[in-house]
Structure formats: C-alpha cells, structure tokens
Design a protein around this ligand. Structure first.
Ligand code: FAD
Length: 320
C-alpha cells in the first residue's frame, strides 16, 4: 500500500497535517503515517486525527534536531517504506531537511504550500503563493517521494477517524553531523504565537512614539486581542521582537486591525489569511485601504481614543 509520511515537532500542526493528508489519501487507498517521539502522551489520539500508522522514534525530543539529524531520521524511514510523499511543517529546520531529502532522492520539493492534492496517478500537486502573495503557483512533483513543507494552521485538525492503533518503534543511530550548535538564544515571544491570535491589532509607523503603544494595548485588551506590528517597528525601532508580513509572521486572525500601517506588499503578504481586515489610516490612498474590508480614514490619534471610549462604555453597559 502506498504511504505518505508526515512530520512536525508541534503536536497541533502534526494533527492538522494528518487530517488534511488523510482526507486526500483515504479515497485513493493510501496510508498516512506520522513520525513522533515516544514521549508524546497523546500518541493514540493521532489515529483519530487521521494517522494509519505512527513511527515512534526513541529520544526524538532529546536529539536536539538540526536539519542534518532530521534528514537522517527521515531517510531511515523513507528507505524502508518508500513513501509517495513526505510532508513537513514549514519551520526553518524542516525546510532545509526537505531540500536535503529531495536532493538525496533526486525528486522535487515545494516549500510553504497552501494546499496540495494527490492526483489520480499518485503524483502530488501543490499550490503556493508567489510574487509576495500576488499570485498562486500550481506545481506538480514528478519524482517520488514528493517533498512538501506546509505552514502551521494551513488546515483544520479534525478528530473524525477511528483508525486502529499501529505503532512501530524505530531506532535511529545518528552519526556525527557537521552542524555544531554553539549557543542557543531563545527568542522572547510576546504572548502566544501570532499565528494563533484570533484578533490581531497591528501598529505601523503611523504610531509616532513608543509610549503611544499603550493606547493600542488598551484597545487590544478591550477587544481581547493581541498586538503586533509592521516590520520597521520591530526591525528598526525595536519596540517589538516580531512582526507581521512576508519576512515575519503569516497570520490568520478572524479580525486584523492595521493602525497606521501603509499596507506595503510585503506586509499584505502576511495577512492574506485574515478573515476581516480593518484599516485605520489618515491616507485614503494607502494600499491597505483597498485590501481592507472596512476602513476608517482618519488620524489614529483621534480615532483610537474614541474607539476606546466607546468600547469602555459598551463594556460598562454590559455589566449594568
Ligand atoms: C525584503 C523585504 C521584506 C519585507 N518584509 C516585511 C514584512 O514582513 N512586514 C512588513 O510590515 N514590512 C516588510 N517590509 C517593509 C515594507 O516594504 C514596508 O516598508 C513596511 O511594511 C512599512 O511599514 P509601515 O506601514 O508601518 O510604515 P509606512 O509605510 O511608513 O506607513 C505608515 C502609514 O501610517 C499612516 N499614518 C501616518 N500617520 C498617521 C496617523 N496619525 N493616523 C493614521 N495613519 C497614519 C500613513 O498614511 C502610512 O500609510 C519588507 C521589505 C522588504 C524589502
């Protein structure tokens, strides 16, 4: 039976990829397998999210995976099972491992796919954004295994299968790798991952002083949202550690509010997944206005205090 191999070190992403993989594979009678660590408590649930089989790697968590080690693990399993596809979530390490695997098996690799399907002849085709998300490329991989990487939160994890539990323990001995990790600096994250925010309030260079972020924070608190920014606010002014956009986080909130953000193409590339876009900008010609579902044309220093006042009033009325 043909097989698709899926790996993510993040449990939720693994479930998302399994559910999507299984939905694509089940009619074609293709098996969907996951790689995970023996330490994973919720391993049996993976079968409800679509896994037909789990390859359990001893000490996977302790392996301090770098792309070379991950490639070695994948290669060991690939050479045994000869899957038609290998799907990884799009982290930096995984993208590098994906390229290494594709080169090793002289096959194709498509990174950062937004969708994929299995064609009738078993080949994989995928879609991905190109030209700073202005267009979608439809691509097909001819060799096997097809190698894909897919960003987190691209698909919904669905707990709807009742597959029997089948776990195979795999022992992988990793030889020395040429990558030596000298130091790890854990990046400080503000709140939960931006990709998970349902309401995201993003400030741009229209906000003039760092202390003005306080009113944006207050607005976010009233809306139960999370605050982030455009690239210059983080990369140049260092008010935040992370930003939204092509070179930052690609977000998918239900509500995105851009405050004093112009909507440069690289910024818009990161908010394609937002359900509702609201822009607050004093320039009616700013590109974000045409990308927005709703826009308030005005000075943020007048608009935001009014919004805060109204939201506070509403909240007070709720508890009357
Ligand atoms: C390779 C590359 C990758 C990049 N990646 C990213 C990325 O991932 N994310 C990203 O954000 N950018 C990215 N950029 C930078 C991008 O091109 C823009 O320079 C940046 O997004 C602009 O940030 P901004 O909208 O905050 O500032 P500006 O472009 O300066 O816009 C400020 C906006 O605020 C409005 N404004 C000013 N004052 C007020 C006020 N009082 N009230 C209301 N509105 C006001 C203005 O009308 C303007 O529209 C990248 C650039 C390159 C070259």
């Amino acid at each position: 039976m043909e097989e698709i191999l899926i790996y993510s070190e993040d449990y939720t992403t693994l479930c998302e990829l399994l559910s999507k993989g299984k939905s694509e594979a089940e009619e074609k009678n293709i098996k969907v397998s996951a790689i995970c660590s023996e330490k994973l408590d919720e391993v049996e649930k993976l079968f409800k999210y679509g896994a037909d089989k789990v390859y359990m790697i001893k000490d996977l968590n302790e392996l301090n995976l770098n792309p070379e080690k991950l490639t070695a693990i994948l290669q060991k399993i690939i050479s045994n099972i000869k899957p038609i596809a290998v799907i990884l979530d799009s982290t930096k390490n995984n993208r590098e491992a994906a390229a290494r695997i594709a080169a090793k098996y002289k096959t194709g690799c498509i990174t950062d796919c937004i969708n994929f399907k299995i064609e009738e002849n078993g080949e994989l085709s995928a879609e991905r954004m190109v030209y700073a998300s202005k267009a979608i490329a439809f691509e097909k991989i001819k060799g096997k295994p097809a190698v894909l990487t897919i960003p987190r939160r691209s698909f919904k994890a669905e707990m709807k299968w009742n597959n029997p539990v089948e776990i195979e323990e795999v022992e992988v001995r990793i030889e020395k790798t040429s990558i030596k990790v000298l130091k790890t600096d854990v990046k400080k994250l503000e709140g939960k991952p931006l990709e998970e925010a349902e309401i995201l309030i993003v400030l741009g260079r229209g906000v003039k002083r760092k202390e003005d972020c306080n009113m944006i924070e207050e607005l976010a608190e009233l809306l139960k949202g999370q605050v982030s920014c455009s690239r210059p606010i983080a990369a140049d002014l260092k008010w935040f550690n992370e930003w939204v956009g092509l070179s930052g986080h690609k977000v998918k909130p239900k509500l995105y509010i851009g405050i004093g953000v112009s909507g440069a193409i690289q910024h818009l590339a990161g908010i394609q997944g937002a359900k509702i876009i609201v822009a607050i900008n004093k320039d009616s010609e700013a590109p974000i206005i045409s990308a927005a579902d709703y826009a308030i044309i005005g000075d943020l220093y007048q608009v935001i205090p009014k919004l805060i006042e109204n939201l506070r009033k509403r909240k007070a009325e709720q508890y009357k």
